[in-house]
Design a protein around this ligand. Structure first.
Ligand code: ADP
Ligand code: ADP
Length: 218
C-alpha cells in the first residue's frame, strides 16, 4: 500500500523544510497546497487570482477550491507510491475530503507527524524566510542561509520574501491556524495516527525524529 504522510504544524514549524529532505530520503512525492496556489498566482490563472485575495490577508482559501486542486494533484502518476502532504488538510472539512480522496485511490493516511514550535519562534522564522522562485525551497537569513546570498543552493533560482511573511500577516496566520487547523490535532490523535515531533531543534535533528516516526532508517 502507498504511504501518505500529513505534516501538521503551524506556519513556520518547518513542514516545507522537512518535506524537501524527506522526499529525497523516501522517494515520495511532495504536495504543498501553498506552493500549488503560488504556481497558480504566477501563471495568472483564475484560481490564482482568487487564492491571492485570501493569501495576501493571511486567510485560508475556501475549502472547495482547495480540495479540488489537491485532488487533481494527488491523482498524478508520481503520487502512486505515496506523498507527503504539506499544508493540506488545514480544516476538518479538508481532513474528511483527504480521507475520501485517498480511500478512492485504495489507500489512507499512514501517519501524521505534528511538528510543534513555540509561537514567538515562529514569527522570527517566518519574517526571516526566503523562498526559491522555481520550486519553493526554503531558507532563513539566520538559521538556514543559502551558500550564496539570494540564490537557491538546489536549483540556482532567485530567492524572494513572500508577501505574507511580514510580521503582521504572520500573526494573522497563526490566529487562523489556532482557529481552523488546531482541531485536526485531536482528529488525528483519536485515530492514533498523530506523532508529536519537537520542531524547536536543529533541522537535522528534527529530520532524525521524523524518520523514527515514519519508521525509516537513515
Ligand atoms: P512551514 O512550511 O511549516 O511554514 P518552513 O519549512 O518554510 O515552515 O520553515 C519556516 C522558516 O524556518 C524557514 O525560513 C526555514 O528555513 C526555517 N526553519 C525550518 N526549520 C528550522 C529549524 N529546525 N530551526 C531553525 N529554522 C528553521
Ligand atoms: P506556511 O508554510 O507558512 O504555512 P503555506 O504556503 O502552507 O504557508 O500557505 C500559504 C497560504 O496559502 C495560507 O496562508 C493560505 O492562504 C493558503 N493555503 C495553503 N494551503 C491551504 C489550505 N490547505 N487551505 C486553505 N488555504 C491554504
Amino acid at each position: 500500500m502507498a504511504t501518505y504522510i500529513v505534516l501538521l504544524g503551524s506556519p513556520g514549524a518547518g513542514k516545507g523544510t522537512q518535506a524537501d529532505i524527506l522526499i529525497e530520503q523516501t522517494g515520495l512525492a511532495h504536495i504543498s497546497s501553498g506552493d500549488l496556489f503560488r504556481e497558480h498566482i504566477r501563471s495568472k490563472t483564475e484560481l490564482g487570482q482568487l487564492a491571492d485575495s485570501y493569501m495576501s490577508k493571511g486567510e485560508l482559501v475556501p475549502d472547495d477550491v482547495t480540495i479540488a486542486m489537491v485532488k487533481e494533484r494527488i491523482s498524478m502518476p508520481d503520487c502512486e507510491r505515496g506523498a507527503i502532504l504539506d499544508g493540506f488538510p488545514r480544516t476538518p472539512v479538508q481532513a474528511d475530503a483527504a480521507k475520501i480522496m485517498l480511500n478512492e485511490l485504495g489507500s489512507d493516511i499512514t501517519v501524521v507527524p505534528y511538528i510543534t514550535v513555540p509561537d514567538e519562534i515562529l514569527i522570527a522564522r517566518l519574517s526571516g524566510r526566503w523562498t526559491c522562485r522555481a520550486s519553493g525551497h526554503v531558507y532563513h537569513n539566520l538559521y538556514s542561509p543559502p551558500l550564496k546570498e539570494g540564490i537557491c543552493d538546489i536549483d540556482g533560482s532567485e530567492l524572494y520574501q513572500r508577501d505574507d511573511d511580514t510580521v503582521e500577516t504572520a500573526k494573522k496566520r497563526l490566529c487562523v491556524y489556532a482557529e481552523k487547523t488546531l482541531p485536526l490535532i485531536n482528529y488525528y490523535r483519536k485515530q492514533n495516527r498523530l506523532v508529536e515531533i519537537q520542531g524547536n531543534q536543529p533541522i537535522d535533528k528534527v529530520t532524525e525524529d521524523l524518520l523514527v516516526a515514519l519508521d525509516i532508517k537513515e
